[in-house]
Design a protein. Sequence first.
Length: 106
Amino acid sequence: MVAYNLIIQFRHQTAKIAKVPPRRISFTRCYDTVTIYLLNFGSHPLEQWLARYEQALTLASKDILPISPGRSFPRKAHPNRPKSTNEQRYKKPKTPKDITDKPPDQ
């Protein structure tokens, strides 16, 4: 959860630089940028790390997703498919109860 929140914050900072909404920045590309540029950078002085962070932000701000057009059809849930016949094979067959099996009245 911490890593997810880190990427989301990185994405928000990248969106401010690019002046676009955060949803226009790809989560996967932000994750890859953080992994390659920051997590694999190792332990260096703070100034070098901050410079690398700025490079990562500017690089990720160039990866803007295109605006997707609206749907041409309404969204709907797919119906459940019928159960397979394999499951029905193992069920007990339903037998109608015989009316004559009632206990006699006392």
